[in-house]
Design a protein around this ligand. Structure first.
Ligand code: NAD
Length: 492
């Protein structure tokens, strides 16, 4: 049933701000339907938002933890109450299945609650009395933070920044992606309403807005999640004013399946399949290439196909039976298809997995039936590049050393996983270059908001989640009170 498109406004200094231009957001399952309109803010409006955040900072940094936490908890409560409608909106504008949209909101709330529960402890002053006197190590707010988030997990990758930044005493301007701008704006409105004007501002738009957010001299820190290529532009834009940065970037996560993995463990096999195809493969931390020990390879493929055919049901994100919705946008479909076509042309076998539930809808929307690619070369684009879509190459390896070499043969190092007997898997995990390595699970199933998350190599700089994710919105400020005021090494 068609629904009335919703209209989102920017939020600048506590007020909704109508932009002159709006950009429509289509429904990826049915591109003829417009789900809503988000503003296309200008550079001048972006400057207004940064100025508002800058003006609010002096007041906000002096507020107490109790005050900040109470406001954030009220916002969490409101988001929880509105979860059904926010999840439906997210599903409709993004394409992810409804259970997946609900899961995204649940994880976001878990993190926001963790941040509220821990911020005062993690940021409390550390006081050391020592033979030289007394030293206070304080954690000061950084200043104005700009947060730039991607389309694949718009709510969790925005709240992952909003909660620690505001709780630590910073102010913020958030810019979500134009490819999923609506539900995250609803969440941001609910949060901003609980805070004084200027503390949390929201703008929308393309690169023009992004450039201002990353180069304006009043911005102290950039918290960015998105592609590695975009991050290179951001680092250049920020260079002139030496900004702090947390960068969560692309990944090409390897899953290593050892010779002692039990291929008859149906539940583990289901976890591997889900770790390849949740959110139609559009997750930074999904297993994007799977390496299987050659002695179990054939049996593994047989059982993997059984598990995939059982779990993968492609169709309408609102159909409760559906596990895989459409891709978010046409460009992504074309990119993934090019990688698959390239493998086919080079002689690889491309096997369709699961079933399509509604053929008519499938033809209309940005759907792709998940595929398994066998026989690709280790350095083919489908193996080397981040596909960010529902396809996965599975390749054999000879021994643990070979597997480790293959897993590490990437410019990326976000997450990874090792599957097999626990002790053996942990030993192999220690040699993999990644921010996180999961044992016998992968992707979001293995995520824990209590522990730091982030990438090595070109997958990023810094960490979100965990205590490190709270500390990353602070500056360490040392206040030294020496016992003696003599100057022993300085001549009279
Ligand atoms: P993207 O880099 O195209 O866009 C991300 C954001 O940056 C969007 O809001 C976009 O409008 C903005 N942007 C674009 N150009 C800009 C510029 N010049 N200056 C400032 N901002 C600019 O990424 P995407 O396509 O939205 O997301 C997919 C990518 O994000 C994938 O590579 C994925 O791996 C990565 N990702 C990483 C993580 C992680 O935690 N490491 C999580 C999710 C997604």
């Amino acid at each position: 049933m068609p629904i009335e498109p919703i209209v989102i406004d920017a939020i600048i200094n506590g007020k909704k701000h109508k932009a002159e231009k709006q950009a429509p957001r289509e429904n990826p399952a049915n591109p003829d339907e417009t789900v809503g309109y988000a503003p296309l803010n200008t550079r001048a409006e972006t400057i207004q938002a940064i100025d508002a955040a800058d003006a609010a900072f002096t007041m906000w940094r002096e507020t107490s933890f109790d005050d900040r936490i109470a406001r954030m908890r009220r916002a969490i409560q409101k988001i929880k109450e509105k979860t059904p409608e926010i999840a439906a909106l997210l599903s409709r504008e993004h394409g992810k299945a409804l259970y997946d949209a609900e899961g995204e909101i649940a994880v976001s709330m878990m993190w926001m609650e963790f941040a509220c529960d821990n911020i005062a402890d993690v940021l409390q002053n550390e006081v050391q009395e020592h033979n030289g006197g007394k030293t206070i190590i304080a954690r000061d707010a950084v200043g104005v933070v700009t947060a730039i988030s991607p389309w694949n997990y718009p709510i969790s990758l925005s709240t992952i920044k909003i909660a620690p930044a505001l709780l630590a005493g910073n102010t913020m301007v958030l810019k979500p992606s134009p490819l999923a701008p609506l539900a995250v704006s609803k969440v941001t409105e609910l949060i901003a309403d609980e805070f004084p004007p200027g503390v949390l501002n929201l703008v929308h738009g393309e690169a023009e807005v992004g450039v201002e957010l990353t180069s304006n001299s009043k911005v102290a820190k950039i918290a960015f999640t998105g592609g590695t290529e975009t991050a290179k532009h951001i680092m250049k834009a920020a260079a002139d004013t030496i900004k702090h940065m947390t960068l969560e970037l692309g990944g090409n996560d390897a899953a290593v399946v050892l010779d002692d993995f039990d291929v008859n463990d149906d539940k583990a096999m289901r976890r591997i399949v889900i770790s390849n195809f949740l959110t139609a493969g559009q997750i930074c931390m999904i297993a994007k290439r799977v390496y299987v020990h050659e002695t179990i390879f054939d049996k593994f493929i047989e059982k993997y196909r059984e598990a995939a055919d059982k779990w993968i049901r492609v169709g309408d994100p609102f159909d409760k039976n559906v596990t895989v919705g459409p891709l978010n946008n046409k460009k992504q479909v074309e990119f993934v298809q090019r990688l698959i076509d390239d493998s086919k042309q080079k002689g690889a076998e491309v096997i369709k997995l699961g079933k399509v539930l509604d053929e008519e809808l499938y033809q209309r929307g940005y759907f792709m039936q998940p595929t398994l690619v066998l026989g690709a070369d280790y350095d083919d684009p489908i193996v080397e590049q981040e596909q960010f879509g529902p396809t996965v190459p599975i390749l054999p390896f000879k021994d643990d050393k070979h597997a480790i070499r293959l897993a590490n043969n990437s410019i990326y190092g976000l997450t990874s996983s090792v599957w097999g007997k626990e002790e053996h898997a942990v030993e192999v995990a220690k040699h993999i270059q990644a921010g996180t390595t999961m044992i016998n699970t992968a992707a979001i199933q293995g995520l824990d908001v209590r522990f730091p998350f982030g990438g090595v190599k070109q997958s990023g700089i810094g960490r979100e989640y965990g205590k490190e994710g709270l500390l990353s919105y602070t500056e360490t400020h040392v206040i030294n009170i020496p016992k003696t005021l003599d100057l022993p090494y300085i001549p009279e």
